[in-house]
Design a protein around this ligand. Structure first.
Ligand code: NDP
Length: 445
C-alpha cells in the first residue's frame, strides 16, 4: 500500500487490541489502492479516513437474572458504521467471544456487503458476549428484553434495523421484537428475521445459505464447473450451514461433512439434512448426536480436521478465521477447486493467498454471503408496503441479486486489472457506491 498506508497506520493506532478489525480493514484498503490512484478527489475529501471510522459506537450494560435468581451482567454493543446509502443494517451476534473489535470488523464488512446487494442499506453490527448455549428459554427471554431495553433508544425502521447472526435466530428476534414493541407502542419493521405471522419474510431463513450457493453456482458456471456431482464440505451446522447444505443438495451436490464448535461429522453417503435440522433447530443439541441415527457416519472431536476431508467445493459457514494457511494448502492438495465463504471472514489472509495463487474459484464473504442481508432488505420493503411476497417471489429476487453481485464483483476485478480476483472486485464494487454517496453528501460525516 502506498496512498492508503497512512489510513491503515491510523486504524492500528486508534484501535489497539482489535486484530480482527485491523485484518478486515487491511484487506479492503489493499484492494482500494488502485481506486485511490484514480480518485485523488476522494483522497483529499478524506473518504478513506472517514470510512474506517464508525459514525457511532454504543456500548451498554445488560443485567439479567437467571432461573436461580442470580444476577448476571453482560456487555451490549451496537456499532453504526456508515449510513451514506441507507439506514444502518446488520446482525446481532450473541457469543462469548464478542468484543468491540469483532463487532467493528463485522460492521465494517457490512458496509460493502450491503452496498453490493444494490439495495439502499447502510452498514452496522451489534451483539453481546452473552452465551445462549445451555440457557433456558426464560433466561434467553430475560436477557433479550434487557438488551432491547437499551438498544431500542438507538434503532428504528428508518434509522437502524438489526437482524440475526451467530446465536441470534428466530427465538431471540421474537423476544427482542416483543420488547421493542412494548417500549415504543408501534408495529414497524425494526428488526428482520421476524416470524412469518408477524412481519417476517418468506425465504429469509434460507437466504444466506441459498444465496451462497446461487453465487458460487454463477462463479463456477463461468469456469465450466458446477455443484452437480461434486463433493462438498460445509463447516458449522447453524442457519447458514443448514440452508447451504439444502441448496447444494438440490443443485446435485453430495454434501459429506458438517461441524459445530466441538467437532465434525463425516457421512460419505451424504448428510441427511432432516436429522441435522431436528438436532440443531428443534432439540438444540450437539452435531455429535448425528451418528446415533446414522451409524455409517463418523464424528471427530475438534474443528479444523474437517478441511482434511477430500472435496471439490468447501463452504466455510461457521465463524471467522476457521481456515488457516495449513488447512487451505490441504484443501488445494486434495483437489478442491472452489471455496465459498458463508461465514464472515472465515479464511485468514494467508489462506486467501493460497486460494488465489492456486486459481481456485474463491467467493469472498462480503459477496458470497450477502443473500441474508439482501433478503432482510426485502423484508423491510414488505413491512413498509404492509404486503408479503410469496416464497417463490422472494427466492427469485434473491437469486437475481446474487447473480448481479457476482457480475459486479467480476467486472470490477477485470476493470481494475486483476481478473478473477473476486476479493478485490467485491471490495471495489461495494466501495464505489458508498464513496460516491459520501462525496456527494459533503464532510458532515
Ligand atoms: P448460528 O449461530 O446459526 O451457527 C453458527 C455455527 O457455527 C454453529 O454450528 C456453531 O457451533 C459454529 N460456530 C460458532 N462459533 C464457532 C467457533 N468459534 N468455532 C467453531 N464453530 C463455531 O450462526 P449463523 O449460521 O447465522 O452464522 C454463521 C456465520 O455466517 C457467521 O460468521 C455469521 O456472521 C455469518 N453470516 C450469517 C448470516 C445470517 O443470515 N445468519 C448472514 C451473513 C453471514 P456451536 O453451535 O457449537 O456454537
Amino acid at each position: 500500500m502506498k496512498i492508503l498506508q497512512s489510513v491503515m497506520d491510523q486504524v492500528i493506532k486508534r484501535n489497539p487490541n482489535e486484530p480482527e478489525f485491523h485484518q478486515a480493514v487491511k484487506e479492503v484498503l489493499e484492494s482500494l489502492e488502485p481506486v485511490a490512484e484514480r480518485h485523488p478527489e476522494w483522497v483529499s475529501a478524506g473518504i478513506f479516513d472517514r470510512i474506517v471510522e464508525p459514525e457511532r459506537q454504543i456500548i451498554f450494560r445488560v443485567p439479567w437474572v437467571d432461573d436461580n435468581g442470580k444476577v448476571h451482567v453482560n456487555r451490549g454493543f451496537r456499532v453504526q458504521f456508515n449510513s451514506a446509502i441507507g439506514p444502518y443494517k446488520g446482525g446481532l451476534r450473541f457469543h462469548p467471544s464478542v468484543n468491540l473489535g469483532i463487532i467493528k470488523f463485522l460492521g465494517f464488512e457490512q458496509i460493502f456487503k450491503n452496498s453490493l446487494t444494490g439495495l439502499p442499506i447502510g452498514g452496522g453490527k451489534g451483539g453481546s458476549d452473552f452465551d445462549p448455549k445451555g440457557k433456558s428459554d426464560a433466561e434467553v427471554m430475560r436477557f433479550c428484553q434487557s438488551f432491547m431495553t437499551e438498544l431500542s433508544r438507538h434503532i428504528g425502521p428508518d434509522t437502524d434495523v438489526p437482524a440475526g447472526d451467530i446465536g441470534v435466530g428466530g427465538r431471540e428476534i421474537g423476544y427482542m421484537y416483543g420488547q421493542y414493541k412494548r417500549l415504543n407502542n408501534d408495529f414497524t419493521g425494526v428488526l428482520t428475521g421476524k416470524g412469518l405471522t408477524w412481519g417476517g419474510s418468506l425465504a429469509r431463513t434460507e437466504a444466506t445459505g441459498y444465496g451462497l450457493c446461487y453465487f458460487m453456482d454463477e462463479a463456477m458456471k463461468a469456469k465450466g464447473k458446477s455443484f452437480r456431482g461434486s463433493t462438498v464440505i460445509i463447516s458449522g451446522s447453524g442457519n447458514v450451514a443448514i440452508y447451504a447444505t439444502e441448496k447444494a443438495q438440490q443443485l446435485g451436490a453430495n454434501v459429506v461433512a458438517l461441524s459445530d464448535s466441538n467437532g465434525y461429522i463425516y457421512d460419505p453417503e451424504g448428510i441427511k439434512l432432516d436429522t441435522v435440522k431436528r438436532i440443531k433447530e428443534v432439540e438444540r443439541k450437539r452435531i455429535s448426536e448425528y451418528i446415533k441415527y446414522h451409524p455409517n457416519a463418523t464424528y471427530t472431536e475438534g474443528c479444523s480436521g474437517i478441511w482434511t476431508i477430500k472435496c471439490d467445493i468447501a463452504l466455510p459457514c461457521a465463524t471467522q478465521n476457521e481456515i488457516d494457511e495449513k488447512s487451505a494448502r490441504i484443501l488445494v492438495e486434495n483437489g478442491c477447486f472452489a471455496v465459498g465463504e458463508g461465514a464472515n471472514m472465515p479464511s485468514t489472509p494467508e489462506a486467501i493467498n493460497v486460494f488465489l495463487e492456486n486459481k481456485l474459484i474463491f467467493g469472498p464473504a462480503k459477496a458470497a454471503n450477502a443473500g441474508g442481508v439482501a433478503t432482510s432488505a426485502l423484508e423491510m420493503s414488505q413491512n413498509s408496503m404492509r404486503y408479503s411476497w410469496t416464497f417463490e417471489e422472494v427466492d427469485a429476487k434473491l437469486k437475481n441479486i446474487m447473480i448481479n453481485i457476482y457480475k459486479s464483483a467480476s467486472s470490477a476485478a477485470k476493470e481494475y486489472g486483476d481478473e478473477d480476483n473476486l476479493v478485490m472486485g467485491a471490495n471495489i464494487a461495494g466501495f464505489l457506491k458508498v464513496a460516491n454517496a459520501m462525496y456527494a453528501q459533503g464532510i458532515a460525516y
